[in-house]
Ligand binder design. Structure first.
Ligand code: PEP
Ligand code: MN
Length: 284
């Protein structure tokens, strides 16, 4: 593989970065789930999702208020009003709030109201935005670009870290391919490779990677099995009514099933790691 200068993201043999987002620890022993609707639609919608998250022990609510839409005629998000609704729910329900920032001008309101700023795929190489986020002190969830190589992805993270902000979470969300059968192609190997090449936490977004409700739980299991630090999943109280990404929105019951299966996978991963350690000790 081509080697790129990695001054800040390179893996140190004994160092894996853990990042606190509200009460949620990303990169620790257990994988985390961040879930919520693609877009904030109303206080009632957020509250229904938030109540489910609390019941399931999920600590992160992710929803977009500034939405990067392919068509300028599609719903563009509730904007500042949506951010304020997220902030209110976050406080009322003690949930960590993650939401997308699309421009430098939006940074101040995001810093005031959310716990983690998401950079969407379309902005992965918006270098001015990355530089500005490097000067903040909040965690940044950086999504892989629609067709970005891993070197480009790592370099995008370098931009933020080089500015002084070391709290970057990488997110594999699928890449473009020739085949429209799934929305994108979930690049699972990239998760293991990013683990080798960086010290940053890595999560998987099975929703944008597959684009199909029925594929999200299997893709989530695979994401945990390959060693991701968690999942970013879209869920909606009435998926068919979702104003954006309806095909990939889980119902709240399906989200509960996903969380149940993630716990089983996480236990299996811990058992696997313990077994590997035991056999390494035995052969030493
Ligand atoms: C999103 O998270 O809702 C989103 C727009 O994702 P992506 O940037 O991965 O397309
Ligand atoms: Mn979405």
């Amino acid at each position: 593989m081509k080697s790129i200068p990695q001054k800040h993201t390179k893996q140190h043999p004994k160092h894996k970065t853990e990042i606190k987002v509200g009460n949620m620890l990303i990169g620790g022993a257990e994988p985390v789930v961040m879930a919520g609707p693609c877009a904030v639609e109303s206080y009632e919608q957020l509250r229904e999702v938030a109540l489910t998250l609390k019941m399931l022990g999920v600590k992160g609510l992710r929803a977009g208020a500034f939405k990067p839409r392919t068509s300028p005629y599609s719903f563009q998000g509730m904007g500042e009003e949506g951010i304020k609704l997220l902030s209110r729910i976050g406080k009322e329900m003690d949930l960590a709030i993650i939401s997308e920032v699309m421009s430098i001008e939006q940074i101040p309101i995001m810093l005031e109201h959310v716990d983690c700023l998401q950079v969407g795929s379309r902005n992965m190489q918006n270098f001015d935005l990355l530089k500005a986020l490097g000067k903040t002190n909040k965690p940044i969830l950086l999504k892989r670009g629609l067709a970005a190589t891993l070197d480009e992805f790592i370099n995008a993270a370098e931009y933020i870290l080089a500015g002084g902000n070391e709290q970057v979470i990488l997110c594999e969300r699928g890449i473009r391919s020739f085949d429209p059968a799934t929305r994108n192609v979930l690049d699972l190997a990239s998760v293991a490779l990013l683990r080798e090449r960086t010290h940053l936490p890595i999560i998987v977004d099975p929703s944008h990677a597959t684009g199909q409700r029925s594929l999200i739980i299997p893709a989530s299991r695979a994401g945990i099995a390959i060693g991701s630090d968690g999942l970013l999943v879209e869920a909606h109280p009435q998926p068919e009514k979702s104003v954006s990404d309806a095909d990939q929105a889980l119902s709240l019951d399906e989200l509960a099933e996903l969380v149940r299966q993630v716990r089983i996978m996480s236990d299996a991963m811990l058992a696997c790691e313990e077994d590997v350690l035991k056999s390494l000790k035995a052969s030493a």
